[in-house]
Write a protein that binds this ligand. Structure first.
Ligand SMILES: [Zn+2]
Ligand SMILES: [Zn+2]
Length: 366
């Protein structure tokens, strides 16, 4: 649930910004390219190698520099290793990655080639997130297999900071970071994030960096708080921040029976996202803002459900309010925007909807 929620958000936000990534490649290619690289079979092979080489360093620095790790850590939260883990990519990561990809048009590879290659490269890594395929020893000499990438997702001591390649294993072999699967890996982080909160998963490490930065004395220490190694992150900071930001659980020993409600919400989000993607160009700004805020609030809601948050109920109000505002806007009745708020307030007072919501939808049980 959590993996898919994060994937939906990334796909959704990328719709708004991916075109600017491509514009950036064209801008760099047109004005600053070093070489005029032609397009032929040999160049395509060179490009695939270069793409994976750039990826190797982007990914390795993603693990070795706090500021980059803050974005990439989200990909490693999952303690399950399956196709949904591949969806755990955030927009921050897409932006950082684009910075690295700029090297390709800068060298002189035509942006249309670069974009095509990124699609192939991106699709490949989806298939390496699975345990359905076992170890394929002979393939590992050249290609990253699910077993090789599984090692990258493991928290066992010997598997840490290994296998950064996306398609090929020779960069890892060359730079001494290759590790074949021996014992069954334990997937996830060395210090697992014990939260499914949609927002906390996205932002916790940025908060940790900020806290470390505040505590650090002197320029060098402050610099290292942001650009130093995640291995030196103070592990006392996270529990402290979680105490500060995540202490609003409605219950600790009760279980929520809301599975179907959660599934339905995510199914609606996927449906909305699909239709939205296909019709993106024909929609107005109002449509786009509506769908964006509706899906994002729904995803925050799903995380809050998994986390038993007290304030879920208010998110439901926010969602209803977004829907009514959108229809009022469409009907040129936006002057009446306070009416739904008033109705919701009265309904809450008259029928104690909050209690009914907890009893019927969440079905709290001891
Ligand atoms: Zn990684
Ligand atoms: Zn991965």
């Amino acid at each position: 649930m959590s993996n898919i929620s994060i994937g939906i958000a990334e796909r959704l936000i990328n719709l708004f910004i991916a075109a600017s990534f491509y514009q950036l490649y064209y801008f760099i290619y047109d004005d600053y390219r070093i070489f005029d690289i032609p397009s032929n079979a040999f160049i395509w092979i060179l490009l695939i190698l270069m793409t994976d080489f750039v990826w190797y360093w982007y990914h390795r620095l993603g693990h070795e520099v706090n500021f980059f790790w803050a974005a990439h850590i989200v990909h490693h939260h999952s303690e399950a290793f399956n196709f949904t883990t591949a969806a755990r990519i955030t927009t921050f990561q897409a932006i950082i990655r684009t910075g690295f990809w700029c090297i390709l048009p800068f060298l002189g590879f035509h942006p249309s080639m670069v974009i095509t290659m990124l699609l192939v490269h991106g699709a490949y890594s989806f298939f390496t997130h699975t345990q359905l395929v076992g170890k394929i020893k002979w393939l590992e000499y050249v290609f990253v297999t699910p077993s090789v990438h599984g090692v990258h997702h493991a928290s066992d001591e010997k598997y840490l900071d290994k296998n950064f390649g996306d398609m090929f294993t020779f960069w890892d072999r060359l730079f001494g970071t290759f590790q074949s699967e021996e014992e069954k890996p334990k997937y996830g982080l060395t210090h697992p994030l014990k939260s499914y909160s949609f927002l906390w998963q996205h932002f916790h490490y940025y908060f940790e960096i900020f806290e470390l930065y505040k505590r650090s004395k002197g320029f060098k220490a402050k610099f290292l708080a942001v650009f130093g190694s995640p291995a030196h992150m103070d592990q006392n900071i996270r529990p402290l921040l979680e105490k500060r930001f995540l202490q609003d659980k409605s219950t600790s020993n009760k279980r929520l029976r809301f599975r179907n409600y959660l599934y339905i919400q995510l199914a609606i989000c996927i449906l909305f996202l699909t239709v939205f993607t296909y019709s993106f160009e024909t929609l107005t700004i109002a449509d786009k803002v509506f769908v964006l805020s509706f899906i994002l609030i729904t995803l925050i809601n799903c995380g809050a459900l998994l986390e038993h948050r007290k304030w879920i109920y208010y998110l439901e109000y926010a969602r209803i309010y977004i829907i009514t505002s959108y229809f009022l806007y469409e009907e040129n009745l936006i002057a009446f925007f306070l009416v739904p708020l008033l109705i919701m307030f009265c309904a809450e007072q008259l029928f104690s909807l909050g209690k009914r919501y907890r009893d019927v939808i969440l079905q709290l049980e001891t």
